[in-house]
Write a protein that binds this ligand. Structure first.
Ligand code: UGA
Length: 434
């Protein structure tokens, strides 16, 4: 199938690359020349395991092309995938200006009937109808619209795309149903066909539900700390119930990233527009925003005033295996330390550059190793569960620190590992293990 993907962000790039891996002819279009130039040279603008290799393989095979020109690829394609960003507006609503601009450009370039136009960007319910109307205003050719939301996770994007749990195809068009089923059939048998609005809602409802699971287990963790229970055991025990499931029950400092914070806010707004007060989701967001400050509360309860204290931070990305720092809880935590006049020494295996570009202050010393950050610190806080951190022996960490205080925001160490140490260890929702 000849496919043109518009937008080379996470969703567009990974989808385009994976569709080419399946043997389709894919052209990825982006208006940022520098990005296209990089991709043509085999450089990948984002860190995603396996992506570089797949780009190289499929570019060499001639199935994957990158360009800034939109017209020719649209005219050659039978399917166009819109995968441009829908960032949050200040009020939490999704900003649709990029996707609408892309849809208009597509409409103006169409030169034949029966084009299938697919939205993969996360868009509020009703947006595909707006896209449909906009395209109708700018072309006389026939076309069909479909919403095929994306469920990939950063860090495992290739695996998630090539082995999805399900594919949702929201369309009223028979041509779109047939072509999209044909395209996705090699990936899974679990293809669910819905109307457009339900497909749009499935995406938001899925992310909101996962966010709810995280805030729920974080609150359970907070209670566990007070009643002396162990949240990891509680989550394990709950997870064996297939109705509950074991995933997304890891307690920690809360969710971040480019999706959950944005999509939960957008769904609250979507509900608000139809006069529905989504109280549960509002609480999920509130719990999440507060959870990260438990790190500060714990530090203060141990060290007292944080003024002049040196705090080591391990982990700046919002989760491991990515250099993405968007909405990372580390920002709030470090800002809060700076407000208290603490000195911060921060390290991340790959996200330092991205993080520093958004927070560059003298009081934050960015380090090039975990050891450098921890050396002579008054306390160490683990904010991202990189394997690199859990592989460091705790006795070594103890040696590096000025005071043996370890606040583990992701529960990466076990009771056994702590046995021979004198570390004062505080984790999330687990009984005191010191
Ligand atoms: C999320 C969804 O998982 C994807 O299905 C969806 O496609 C994507 O958003 C999107 O809308 O594009 P992603 O943000 O890449 O994917 O990462 P997740 O692995 O879902 O993690 C999100 C956040 O939740 C991270 O900060 C992570 O640390 C946190 N988390 C996750 C927990 O605190 N506990 C858990 O048990 C799981």
């Amino acid at each position: 199938m000849k496919i043109t993907v518009i937008g080379t962000g996470y969703v567009g790039l990974v989808s385009g690359v994976c569709f080419s891996e399946l043997g389709n002819d894919v052209t990825c279009v982006d208006h940022i020349e520098k990005k296209i130039e990089m991709l043509r040279n085999g450089e990948v603008p984002i860190y995603e395991p396996g992506l570089k290799e797949l780009i190289q393989k499929n570019t060499e095979a001639g199935r994957l092309v990158f360009t800034t020109d939109l017209t020719e690829p649209i005219q050659k394609a039978e399917m166009v995938i819109l995968a441009v960003g829908t960032p949050s507006l200040p009020n939490g609503e999704a900003n649709l200006s990029y996707i609408m601009a892309a849809a208009k450009e597509v409409a103006q370039a169409i030169n034949k009937n029966n084009m299938v136009i697919v939205t993969k960007s996360t868009v509020p319910v009703g947006t595909n109808e707006k896209i449909n109307n906009l395209i109708m205003e700018h072309t006389n050719f026939t076309f069909s619209i479909a919403s095929v939301p994306e469920f990939l996770r950063e860090g495992s994007a290739i695996k998630d795309t090539l082995h999805p749990d399900r594919i949702i195809i929201g369309t009223e068009s028979e041509i779109a149903k047939r072509k999209l089923t044909e395209l996705h059939r090699p990936l899974t048998d679990q293809i669910i066909i819905t109307d457009v609005r339900s497909a749009e809602m499935i995406k938001y409802a899925s992310n909101a539900f996962l966010a709810t699971k995280i805030s729920f287990i974080n609150e359970i963790a907070n209670i566990c700390e007070k009643v002396g229970a162990d949240v990891t055991k509680v989550a394990e025990g709950m997870g064996y119930d297939r109705r509950i499931g074991s995933s997304f029950l890891k307690a920690g400092i809360g969710y971040g990233g480019s999706c959950f914070p944005k999509d939960t806010q957008a769904l609250i707004q979507i509900a608000g527009h139809v006069d529905y007060d989504f109280k549960l989701l509002k609480s999920v967001v509130e719990v999440n925003n507060d959870q990260r400050f438990n790190i500060i509360r714990k530090l203060e309860s141990i060290l007292g005033n944080l003024q002049g204290k040196t705090i080591a931070i391990w982990g700046l990305s919002f989760k491991p295996e990515t250099d993405d720092v968007r909405d990372s809880p580390a920002f709030d935590i470090i800002h809060s330390l700076l407000d208290r006049h603490a000195k911060v020494r921060a390290y991340d295996p790959i996200a330092v550059k991205n993080f520093r570009s958004q927070l560059n202050r003298n009081e934050v010393h960015y380090c090039s190793s975990a050891e450098e950050a921890a050396l002579q610190a008054d306390a160490l806080c683990v904010l991202t569960e990189w394997n690199e951190f859990s592989e460091i022996p705790l006795l070594e960490i103890q040696e590096w620190l000025k005071r043996p205080i370890l606040i583990d925001g992701r529960n990466i160490y076990t009771e056994e590992e702590l046995l021979d140490t004198e570390l004062m260890y505080y984790s999330v929702g687990r009984p005191n293990m010191n």
